[in-house]
Design a binder for this molecule. Structure first.
Ligand code: 1PR
Length: 549
């Protein structure tokens, strides 16, 4: 037996379970990794965090005899917690790649969300639960938002009814958690749902009837007390508030958080040094404590310095993921690369290293522009672009495309082949229209493609989310570019993160009221401590916009 303070972890090596490990460790548990099917059968409590694709996961489980051991363990009603794909794999099959057989313990087929229901797919963000089966501890989670990120889900039926402990409403009602005896699984991510409270609740809830008395162990080690939130009770999908850290080495070679004005990050002094607004790990932790729903790191010189040569950036991710329990995105320099010695690195290797170091999502800028241009030119999906390769292996929900457009004003929308819109405020020469020209290499080079065309193309190529910047608004504090965000968020069915220009709390409510953005991101106002994240959230609540509190 493993001992009461040890949790057995089934990591079949398909993706990032670093955050689950960090969460378990932060509660004071030791982790025993499953090496053989016997380790599963001998476990006293087992956590199965599934990441990646359903078919690939089943392949690995079937090949090394884990599937059989897992079924036996669960059928014997041993303490079990499955997370995300770790829930889906318990069902009979999934439609993820054709029809693939699962472990077959729960009746039902895992299917894709239907975006024709007017929802954005993937389902990314903080959502509320509806409890269907009484469970003291789960009821406490129900007061809060929990973090989901997935495109596939199982739906309730008369055959699986007795398993369901909670559902979530997104387009339709899907299964958010199941429970039978000591066996539990959740579609949401307790390890990314904002800290000890949700992790502890999920693990306690899972193991409180288990033989290891983990509940007591956790209780002592984390000295955890359940507190009920009374205001800001969760009822649906929350709008996200994201803190962004533009990171690069300064002239001394130290990695710093910097912030530009319209992408210019240098001080306008004689020395012309890189603006330094703090240390990446410290700031990320601060924003997590302040209530950021996600933290994004953009390695803004990644386009010229190969990121795997940039070990400090990977180190930043490793340290940050140790105690920041919300999703982390990292971008910059994701592309194929051949180094000085002729060694070739694929973009997939670069992304994998980011995931292994603690990223939940990667963000692609320049390389996605080239991929979209090629796709629009040829009409062919080669499957070879970084965007296509990474989303095929890690899933769409793990790939963000970051767009860096700037305005080009027009007298007549017919003057260009790109989508132009009428602007709320005319241009410098009274122009009434604008098109949004995309750029690469941190805004340094214009490309012959508009933000609208790019967004639609990258959705088609497998992007799961769009991070929509605007060079004209960046660092200006005058509000988001509503025309641009409306244009893009109405053009695609994946979530869009509005970015660039936030200066006050009101800019956040404005962007959520006037556009279909799912999240809003800011940098400068948080770094300069002008507007705390908490007051953005309070303002949104006051405006009746649902947020995670
Ligand atoms: O092209 O794949 O290597 O990715 C490079 C990434 O780095 C892209 O996501 C690109 O947006 C970003 N980037 C490159 N250069 C800069 C720069 O500022 N010189 N930063 C840069 C982009 C914009 C936002 C910023 C918001 C909010 N920064 O990230 O945080 O505009 O700012 P605000 O709230 O202060 O207005 P690749």
């Amino acid at each position: 037996a493993q001992g009461a303070d040890t949790v057995t972890l089934l990591d079949y090596g398909a993706g990032n379970v670093r955050s689950v490990r960090n969460a378990i460790k932060s509660l004071g548990f030791n982790i025993k990794d499953v090496q053989t099917p016997e380790d599963i059968l001998n476990a006293d409590s087992l956590i199965f965090p599934g990441v990646g694709a359903f078919a690939a996961a089943m392949d690995v489980l079937n090949k090394n005899g884990m599937a059989e051991a897992l079924c036996a363990y669960i059928e014997n009603d041993r303490p079990f917690l499955g997370i995300c794909l770790g829930l889906q794999l318990l069902f009979e099959s999934s439609e993820e790649k054709g029809l693939v057989k699962g472990l077959g313990l729960i009746p039902g087929v895992v299917g894709r969300f239907d975006s024709s229901n007017g929802i954005r797919v993937p389902h990314i963000g903080w959502n509320a639960l509806q409890i269907t089966k009484g469970s003291g501890i789960l009821n406490d989670v129900a007061e809060q938002h929990v973090y989901f990120v997935h495109s596939y889900r199982a739906v309730p039926s008369t055959d699986n009814k007795e398993w369901i402990s909670s559902t979530c409403n997104y387009g339709d009602n899907f299964i958010a958690s199941v429970r039978r005896g000591n066996v539990h699984a959740v579609q949401f991510h307790p390890e990314k749902s904002g800290g000890k409270k949700v992790i502890v609740i999920s693990i306690c809830w899972s193991f409180n009837t288990g033989k290891v008395l983990a509940f007591e162990v956790i209780h002592n080690k984390a000295s955890y007390k359940i507190q009920r939130d009374t205001k800001g009770k969760a009822s649906g999908l929350a709008k996200r508030v994201i803190a962004c850290l533009d990171v690069r080495a300064n002239d001394k070679g130290d990695l710093v958080v910097t912030k530009g004005d319209q992408y210019d990050v240098r001080e306008h002094t004689k020395e012309n040094e890189v603006r330094n607004l703090g240390k990446p790990v410290e700031l990320a932790q601060q924003y997590y404590k302040d209530g950021a729903d996600e933290v994004s790191f953009l390695n803004i010189t990644g386009f010229r310095d190969f990121p795997l040569g940039d070990l400090p950036m990977l180190q930043v991710l490793r340290y940050t993921s140790e105690n920041v329990f919300v999703p982390l995105t990292v971008g910059g320099g994701i592309r194929d690369f051949t180094d000085g010695s002729g060694r070739h690195y694929s973009s997939l290797e670069v992304a994998s290293e980011y995931f292994r170091s603690g990223a939940d999502k990667v963000s692609i800028g320049s390389d996605a522009v080239y991929a979209a241009e090629a796709f629009l030119r040829t009409g062919v999906k080669t499957g070879k672009s970084s965007l296509e390769q990474i989303s095929r292996v890690y899933g769409n929900q793990a790939v963000v495309v970051s767009i860096d457009p700037h305005r080009v004003y027009l007298k007549n929308p017919k003057d260009v082949d790109f989508k132009a819109v009428r602007v709320a405020n005319p241009g410098p020469n009274g122009e009434e229209y604008v098109w949004y020209q995309c750029t690469v290499n941190g805004g340094r080079e214009d490309r012959p493609i508009g933000a609208y065309e790019l967004a639609k193309a990258v959705e088609e190529l497998g992007a799961g989310e769009i991070l929509l910047n605007c060079i004209d608004c960046d660092g200006q504090g005058k509000g988001f570019d509503i025309d641009l965000i409306k244009l893009v968020s109405d053009a695609v069915t994946i979530p869009v993160i509005a970015s660039s220009g936030a200066g006050t709390e009101k800019h956040f409510s404005e962007v959520f009221r006037k556009t279909n953005a799912s999240a809003a991101l800011a940098a400068g106002i948080f770094h300069r401590k002008e507007v705390p994240i908490q007051s953005v959230k309070e303002h949104l609540l006051k405006e009746s916009i649902e947020v995670r509190t």
